[in-house]
Write a protein that binds this ligand. Structure first.
Ligand code: MRU
Length: 366
């Protein structure tokens, strides 16, 4: 994706040593939108820290980051025990997005049968492969989402209004994005678009990240408070709600950033289609009851109590919003039940929740 007209991925290996890559570069998302900074991570603890503190974030990207975390670990100690310890620390770094666990398992399954001496090199190559696959999947999601938009005329016949929540764009993946992929594809295809960007309290991924990356691409957008979406839908100002997901159950329930459920309820009530755009590693076929089985990450209450931003002089500040002594709760994700989901846009096409269920039934009968 473009940053000041230069193409970047969100994560890439850096070949510092002559005998192979030794570190991983990431875009530090905690600094955006105020500064674009690239960080170099050279060991497993640094990668775990980057995932926990959300320097890297978004389900597909934390999967890719965890894969590189395994490569960094293998570079230092590629014995079975050390790799298992590394896998556990990565798995515990964030619990909700299935992509992280998926990537760690894929790396372990590949490395453990190999001789110790070969494991690091294999790991670097596999992490790169995971990244390249992510980009291809997202490009395909973009094309399927574009086809959906082309099938339905916007309500005002001129501009297609999409509402999105959190950041499921380039920054949440290796490149292109999931929910924003159809938006980028539609923009390239010459469709007139406008994006309503939910600010996405408490961490403001919409206001800070989605708005920033849409701006870098010249896509018309408006940041709204999280509470505005229902009103805009009632006014006929939203043609589609398009979000990403951290995990989709085998029944088509969508676990995504906190607040997604409320958008889906409002969309349902107003006849607005609600789509989740997800690459296949985000579908967890083992989960039947998303509400009961998916661990919802509980983050620190300070994310609710404080806001961070720049003052008129460009200096960063944190300000406390709530009274001393008030309690905070900060569940980071919620589950939108399949009955509110119009479709899941994947790299293989668009599926309704009912399609997902019949795909499993036919697999079971094979
Ligand atoms: O807490 P975050 O910022 O990692 O949450 C990200 C989201 O909820 C995204 O919508 C989801 O990971 C899909 S990213 C393509």
């Amino acid at each position: 994706m473009l940053v000041n007209n230069q193409h970047y991925r969100t994560i890439w290996p850096q070949r510092i040593l002559t005998n192979g890559p030794a570190s991983v570069a990431i875009v530090d998302q905690t600094k955006l939108p105020h500064a674009f900074e690239v960080l170099s991570l050279s060991n497993l603890p640094q990668m775990v820290h980057a995932i926990k503190t959300m320097q890297v974030r978004g389900a597909p990207l934390i999967g890719a980051a965890a894969a590189y975390g395994m490569a960094l670990a293998a570079q230092e100690d590629a014995t079975d025990g050390a790799l298992q310890v590394a896998a556990t620390s990565l798995r515990l770094s964030r619990p909700t997005a299935v992509n992280l666990n998926w990537a760690v398992s894929r790396m372990l399954d590949l490395m453990l049968p190999q001789p110790h001496a070969a494991r690091a090199q294999i790991a670097w190559a596999e992490a790169e492969k995971i990244c390249d696959e992510d980009v291809l999947q997202n490009q395909a999601i973009g094309q399927h989402g574009l086809a959906l938009m082309q099938q339905t005329a916007p309500k005002n016949a001129q501009i297609y209004h999409v509402l999105t929540h959190c950041n499921a764009g380039w920054l949440a993946t290796v490149d292109v994005g999931t929910a924003l992929a159809p938006i980028y594809a539609a923009h390239e295809a010459g469709i007139k678009l406008h994006v309503w960007v939910d600010e996405t309290r408490p961490r403001n991924q919409g206001a800070s990240l989605t708005a920033w990356e849409l701006g870098q691409h010249g896509i018309d957008h408006t940041v709204i408070s999280d509470n505005a979406g229902g009103h805009l839908m009632q006014q006929g100002l939203v043609d589609m709600v398009l979000v990403g997901a951290d995990r989709v159950s085998s029944a088509g329930d969508v676990c995504n950033k906190i607040g997604t459920y409320l958008k889906a309820l409002a969309a349902f009530d107003n006849g607005v289609p609600f789509y989740a755009a997800v690459p296949s590693p985000t579908i967890d076929w083992s989960i039947k009851d998303a509400l009961g089985e998916i661990e919802i990450e509980q983050r620190h209450g300070d994310e609710v109590a404080y806001m961070h931003g720049r003052d008129a002089n460009g200096d960063m500040h944190s300000v406390r919003l709530i009274p001393a002594g008030s309690n905070t709760a900060n569940p980071a994700f919620d589950v939108t039940p399949a009955r509110l989901v119009t479709g899941i846009i994947t790299e293989r096409g668009v599926f309704s929740p009912a399609d997902l269920i019949s795909m499993q039934l036919s697999k079971a009968c094979d």
